[in-house]
Design a protein around this ligand. Structure first.
Ligand code: GUN
Ligand code: ZN
Length: 434
């Protein structure tokens, strides 16, 4: 059976990158999106669309903003309950806050509760696609895939693997990492909306043998993704340098294992060398920028200008639980703040923030023909921002005259409380309680 809906709203999206195209923002103050079985079939001015399709039922979403669903390209599922370990540098935060909680994921009942908390928070913030750091336990990764399928998230995730310097109860072996990874890929990759990401935690906790096992999976399965951390914290970088004396730099530890390519998303990259940026650009590898986490853990200022000048693709990540919550509105704002505070920062606009929170993530994950903007043929993945009456954002929305200004206000002061409805592939996956 065919289902049609004509969504009427103030619609904004960025089908191209504003870092390259000054006309990247498409905005319709009274716009329409014609959706058939979850796929966008037409878009434009509402009056014209409703004239051409008079019999299609209309979903009236006026009074807010309709944006493409957000795409979080770096977030840790096991860490949802430990958000807020503020004030510690990365390695102390891992030891004291993150890793003790990650050990608890061995209990699959516990893991299911965490997965539900995580997915509720993520989708309730308007995120419809996410590259998710899974668990060190294969059973907890199965649990996550099951729960993500249940709620309909476009999830890219995998088994996190490490064989040194974390804690014994989180370590595995390269052989086991390969075998369990392979089984998870065969069980989940390409099933429904799920994709698999090969995920060594970081070079600090992964021996050469472990990274080689990850490389073997990447060679064997040419469409799974790869993710890890890189160049986040100066102490971390020093330890990695000592562990890989033959490597030219941090990126080289991944490069040697064949892990740097167009399917790779490396989180943070606060302290890259010029060589690393050049190689990332040449291999079309993405840097996932996590500005709240970088500030919360004191990791540093992300050199966005150097990434852009080198030609490295950049997307956005919340990095929960090092980050401070799931809202990509907040991440966008924090990215802007940090660039404003840097001597050579990039002057970001709301259009850049929208692109970073949506289409840039789709490009990072090879999903730009599926999601990330409202072009015809894309899945209807969308978030309706509609502040409750009486809130500050509501006051601003009622007194702004253009969708562009409303977008700026949404990034400046919007929160998950302003997310009214969320759709993935045309399915409504979240509706705020009245
Ligand atoms: N590096 C290795 N593991 C982690 C983690 O869980 N969070 C962050 N922010 N960095 C890491
Ligand atoms: Zn992280």
């Amino acid at each position: 059976m065919t289902s049609h809906t004509l969504y009427r709203a103030s619609v904004l999206h960025t089908p191209t990158s504003p870092f390259l195209d000054p006309a990247a923002l498409h905005a319709e103050a009274d716009g329409g999106l014609l959706v058939e079985n979850g796929v966008i079939r037409a878009s434009g001015d509402y009056a014209a669309l409703s004239g051409a399709h008079p019999d299609v039922p209309v979903a009236d979403l006026r009074g807010g903003l309709l944006l493409p669903g957000f795409i979080d390209t770096h977030v840790h599922y096991p860490q949802v309950r430990v958000i807020g370990g503020l004030g510690l540098p990365l390695l102390d935060w891992l030891d004291q806050c993150a890793l003790p909680e990650e050990v608890r994921m061995a209990d699959l009942t516990y893991a299911r509760g965490v997965a539900r908390d995580f997915l509720g928070g993520l989708i309730g913030a308007g995120t419809t696609t996410a590259l998710v750091f899974g668990s060190h336990f294969a059973g907890a990764v199965d649990v996550f895939f099951e729960e993500a399928a249940r709620v309909g998230l476009r999830a890219v995730t995998g088994l996190v693997v490490s064989d040194r310097l974390l804690r014994d109860d989180l370590h595995t072996t390269p052989e086991r990492a390969y075998t369990e990874g392979r089984a998870l890929i065969e069980r989940w990759h390409g099933v429904g909306r799920a994709q698999y990401a090969v995920t060594p935690r970081f070079s600090l906790s992964a021996s050469e043998g472990m990274l080689d096992a990850c490389g073997a999976l990447m060679r064997e399965f040419p469409d799974v993704r790869f993710t890890s951390h890189i160049n986040e914290n100066s102490r971390e970088i020093e330890v990695v340098r000592g562990l890989f004396p033959a490597a030219r730099d941090y990126l080289d530890t991944y490069e040697r294992a064949g892990l740097v390519g167009g399917r790779s998303v490396l989180a943070h990259n606060v302290w890259p060398s010029d060589r690393e940026l050049d190689v990332m650009a040449a291999h079309r590898c993405t840097a996932a920028h996590c500005p709240c986490s970088n500030a919360a853990l004191g990791s540093g200022f992300f050199p966005l200008r150097r990434h852009l000048e080198a030609g490295v693709h950049v997307s956005l990540g919340s990095d929960v639980g090092g980050g401070t919550g799931f809202s990509l509105l907040k991440e966008g704002l924090q990215a802007l703040f940090m660039q404003n505070l840097m001597p050579d920062g990039v002057a970001l606009t709301p259009t850049h923030l929208l692109y970073l929170a949506t289409r840039a993530g789709a490009e990072a994950l090879g999903l730009d023909g599926v999601t990330g903007d409202f072009s015809v043929g894309q899945q209807f993945d969308a978030v309706h921002l509609s502040p409750r009456p009486g809130t500050t954002l509501d006051a601003v929305f009622r007194h702004t005259d253009t969708p562009e200004r409303a977008l700026a206000a949404a990034f400046a002061t919007g929160t998950p409380a302003d997310v009214a409805r969320v759709w993935i592939g045309g399915d409504e996956v979240y509706g705020r309680q009245p």
